[in-house]
Every structure is written in C-alpha cells, then in structure tokens.
Design a protein around this ligand. Structure first.
Ligand code: NAG
Ligand code: NAG
Ligand code: NAG
Ligand code: NAG
Ligand code: NAG
Length: 481
C-alpha cells in the first residue's frame, strides 16, 4: 500500500486530511525556511517558534486553528482517552472519559499508519537521528529511543535486564542510581552507515510517547519545583535572565534560579535553547519517527496495555516483569527520589545558599502533593527545630506515613489535575501558541489534543485557583472541591 493510501485509511485522518493539506500549503513558506534551517543550523525555533508575525496565522488565530486542531468532536476517533492504567496517569483522562463514552483506545497498528501517513505529508521536515541517544540490546535485537519524562527509567531498566539476565528478571530489581552512575558502552549505539541500517532493519524498535503538555509540566515539577541545584542553574537561571525584567547582576549574583516560574520555564522550553535539550525536545526531533520505522509506538497514557503488546512482540512472559509491582514502585521511587538527592550533602551545599532547610522540605512536600501522592489535607507541619536536625532518612519516614494516610484516590486525582490546570492557566496565550507550534508534529503524529489542560467538566466552567505552586503556605484545595 502506498503511503498516500495509508493516509486515507488512517483513523481520524480522513476528515482531517483536507485541513492537513491546507495547512501544508499555508506553511509552505515556513517549511522552506525550516529545511534551510535544518541544513544550515542546529535548530529551528529561531525562525519558526519566535516569529509571531509570520506564523500568527497558524498558531494564534483561534478561528482557524481551533477548527483544525482543537475541535475534538469533528474528527471522531480519538485514541487512548478511555484507558486509565497509567504510570503517572494522564490527568486529562478523567475528564474525557465522560466526554467520549463510546471511544476505544486506538490500536498500535493504526498508530503506526498514522505516523507513516503524516511522515509522507511532512517529509520536508527532517532531522538527523540522534543515534548516540539510543540504547540497544544486541543480544535481543531490541532498540529503544528514550524520551525523558516518559517512563524512560523504566525502559532503561528493562533493557538492562533484557541484555544481562536470563531468563529475564524484573526491571524493578535494577538499582536506579547504579543505572545512571556509569555509562554502559555495550548498550550504546555506535553503528553508522550500513551497520546502522542493518540494526534498524533487524531490531524491534520501541518508542514511548506522552502528551506534550504533561511532559513539559512533569519536567517543571520534577526538576524545578523540587530542589535541584543543577536544573535551577541550567534552566532556572537561564530562563530568569532571559525572560524576567531584572538586572543581570541580580540573577548572576545571589540567585540560584530556584524561583523560576512555570511560564518562564515554558518560554525557555520552547525556545531554541530549550529545544536542544533532550528533556524537553519534541519527540519528533528526539526520536525521528519518520527516519526510524518503530515497531511499537507506546503511550504513557496506555502504559500497561502497550507494554503487554511489546512483551508479546519480544516473546517475553509477562510474569517475569513484575508489572503488578509498578504502582508501589512508582510511589516508593517518588518518595525516595524526591528526598535522597535533595537532602544529600553536595546538593544542600548548593541549595542552602539560596533557600532554607525548611524550604527544601516544604518544596519536597508540595511536589508529592502536586503529583497526587500526599493529600493536600496533610500539610507540612514540621517545626523549624525538627527540620534543622532532620536528615533524609527521617523525612522519608514522615512522607511515607503521609502517603499511607492519603487514601482518597478520587481526591488525589482532583488535586493532581487542579495543580496542572493552574500551572497552564498562568501561561500566556502566545506561549500556549508557541507550545502548539513547537510540538506541532508531536500532537499530530501521536494524536494528542493540542488544547491545554482545562477543567472542562467543572460546573461553572471557571477554574478555581488555589495557589498550588505557592509552596510557602499550606495548600487549601477546598475552593476547587
Ligand atoms: C540482519 O538480518 C539479516 C538476515 O536475517 C542477517 O543476514 C544480518 O547479518 C543481520 N544483521 C545484523 C547486524 O544483525
Ligand atoms: C522593566 O522594569 C523597569 C523598571 O521597573 C521599567 O521601567 C520597564 O518598563 C520594565 N520593562 C519591561 C519590558 O517590563
Ligand atoms: C516498517 O516496518 C513494518 C514492520 O514492522 C513493515 O511492514 C513496513 O514495510 C516498514 N515500513 C517501512 C517504510 O520501512
Ligand atoms: C509465564 O510464566 C508463568 C510462571 O513462570 C507460567 O505459569 C506461565 O505458564 C507462563 N506463561 C506462558 C504463556 O508461558
Ligand atoms: C473523597 O474525596 C471526594 C472529593 O473531595 C469526596 O467527595 C468523597 O466523599 C471522598 N471519599 C471518601 C470516602 O472520603
């Protein structure tokens, strides 16, 4: 079947195709620039992402774009919005479950044909594959393109076990710290030319994707809200210096970059600099799905189903994986990982220059609330004397108690979604438009809704604000309940 024909049968595309082509034509000039940029420079956002005058038509004009990208009813089939077996489950689902009662998650096959179809339409936008980023198990002919903030740690552990244990043991037995502590050259892709082509044709190739809004949000919560001197410095300071009306001296001098806001981070993430960082780079560019014919394209939002599918492709018995341990493991990792580094000596040496020890604890606490592990009802109640004496191990104990006591899953879900909606409500429309442009192909290829998360099911239609990110004061969620 020719690609054109596949386009015609790809789910959701039949009705969309006319718009696709209209857009393609209207963007032709822009694409020309893109190709030029791809050939002559590393990045494209300078021309593509920032020039509002030129791309205003596409990204900012709601009348036009809304019809194309935002209207969900029009295109019928929408995958993945019903399933709810996720790792950090996609907050959006709960809402959409009620909106699209009849829909089923799209099949893996239709996901692939959708990508192939869009590749044929967008073949002019081509990035060079980031081969050094991939990981491979040659023994099992398995290739993985890691997408950060999309269960990449799980898949790195998976690949490690696949390569080194026989019969394969659970990924959860691999210590995360040691996994990242040193490079394992054996798992890196060093092939080039014909060898690389052979590797591509002979391996089972895995890509796991995630909704761009969730991915960006998760990067902020994990690396900037949570005390992390490295990312405060790399992302926070850079963003503040560039986007805040402040003097350069003030930023270079005392600042740690710890107070970078979500809107500032978003501006950075969609900028040229941000898009050269693999943590926030668009998946299209990071894993080049038009250059690599992925065998399985999984989604974070249907994690269990897609993982089972991959296992059947690789002929691995599910019981070897311990997937049932996943939920507990994610929770344990969330608590321990939030605390271990942040309360360690080298990190504290950095962070305590700018914030107090109590602030460190408060931020960790709020992060676990925002991620839906600790109820908003349990507020940080540790007095300053205790904090001074408190070490990582004792904080982990206190947090574990709080996690155990947080049993109302419904409310934890509301809490999690509320925080995400609040974060995006502070991002300006022009920055939302920039997200839509930067992740344009991610939204399209992987069939994600390009409108930002909202409380579509709230009775009033107006989201209550609860200052979820003001970690200095206790979180009061009652206005949103
Ligand atoms: C790929 O598979 C072909 C045919 O099965 C085989 O001849 C070739 O050696 C394989 N290449 C690699 C790199 O495994
Ligand atoms: C930055 O702050 C200065 C002094 O407060 C003000 O005069 C200037 O207009 C501000 N610039 C912007 C772009 O907001
Ligand atoms: C991609 O791989 C599938 C098998 O997974 C194969 O049927 C198809 O022909 C390949 N397409 C291209 C363009 O290589
Ligand atoms: C998977 O492994 C379990 C336990 O080792 C075994 O009981 C089961 O029959 C296996 N399933 C398949 C399909 O081989
Ligand atoms: C869980 O929280 C929701 C929302 O606040 C509330 O309506 C419900 O009654 C709670 N359930 C229990 C068992 O407390």
């Amino acid at each position: 079947m020719r690609a054109r024909d596949i386009c015609l049968v790809a789910p959701g595309l039949r009705t969309r195709r006319r718009w696709e082509i209209a857009l393609y034509l209207s963007l032709l000039f822009g694409v020309g620039l893109l190709v030029f940029e791809t050939l002559h420079a590393r990045t494209w956002s300078g021309l593509y992402g920032d020039n509002k005058a030129q791309f205003g038509r596409y990204g900012d004009n709601k009348a036009q774009f809304g019809r194309y990208g935002d209207s969900m009813g029009q295109f019928g089939l929408h995958g993945d919005r019903v399933q709810s077996d996720t790792v950090e489950d996609d907050e959006r689902q709960e809402v959409e479950l009620t909106e699209f009662p009849g829909t089923r998650p799209e099949s893996i096959a239709s996901r692939k044909s959708r990508v192939i179809c869009l590749c044929s339409l967008w073949s002019k936008i081509a990035f060079r594959p980031l081969v050094s980023h991939w990981r491979v198990s040659r023994k099992h002919q398995f290739l993985y393109c890691p997408v950060e903030k999309t269960a990449s740690t799980f898949w790195r552990r998976f690949l490690h076990q696949l390569e080194y244990t026989s019969p394969m043991r659970s990924p959860f037995d691999v210590d995360v710290k040691s996994l990242y502590a040193s490079r394992d050259k054996n798992l890196e892709v060093t092939e080039s030319g014909e060898d690389l082509a052979a590797l591509w044709s002979n391996t089972t190739k895995l890509l796991f994707v995630r909704d761009p809004y969730s991915r960006l949000y998760s990067a902020y919560v994990d690396k900037l809200l949570s005390p992390n001197p490295t990312y405060w410095n790399n992302w926070g300071k850079t963003a503040i210096l560039k986007y805040r009306n402040t003097t350069a001296e003030a930023v270079r001098g005392d600042s740690c970059g710890d107070d970078v806001t979500f809107p500032e981070f978003i501006r950075y993430a969609v900028s040229q600099d941000g898009q050269s960082d693999t943590h926030v780079m668009s998946i299209y560019r990071l894993c080049t799905p038009c250059k690599v014919n992925y065998t399985v394209i999984g989604k974070m939002e249907t994690f269990s189903r897609d993982t089972r599918h991959l296992l059947s492709v690789l002929r691995i018995n599910e019981s070897q994986l311990g997937l049932e341990r996943m939920a507990d493991d994610v929770t344990r990792d969330a608590v321990v990982d939030s605390v271990k580094d942040a309360m360690s000596r080298p990190w504290l040496d950095e962070t305590l220059r700018c914030i107090t020890r109590a602030d460190v604890v408060r931020r960790i606490w709020r992060k676990l609330q925002i991620r839906g592990f600790v109820s908003w009802r349990f507020n940080y109640g540790i007095d300053p004397q205790t904090v001074t004496a408190m070490d990582g191990a004792s904080l982990v104990e206190v947090l574990k108690q709080a996690v155990r006591a947080s049993t109302n899953r419904t409310e934890l879900g509301i809490q999690k979604r509320q925080a995400m909606v609040e974060a995006f409500s502070r991002v300006t429309p022009s920055q939302i438009a920039a997200i839509k442009r930067t992740f344009f192909l991610d939204f399209q290829m992987f069939d994600y809704d390009s409108s930002p998360p909202s409380l579509a099911n709230s009775r009033t239609g107006v989201a209550a604000m609860t200052d979820a990110f003001d970690w200095r004061k206790d979180w009061d969620l009652s206005p949103a309940l």
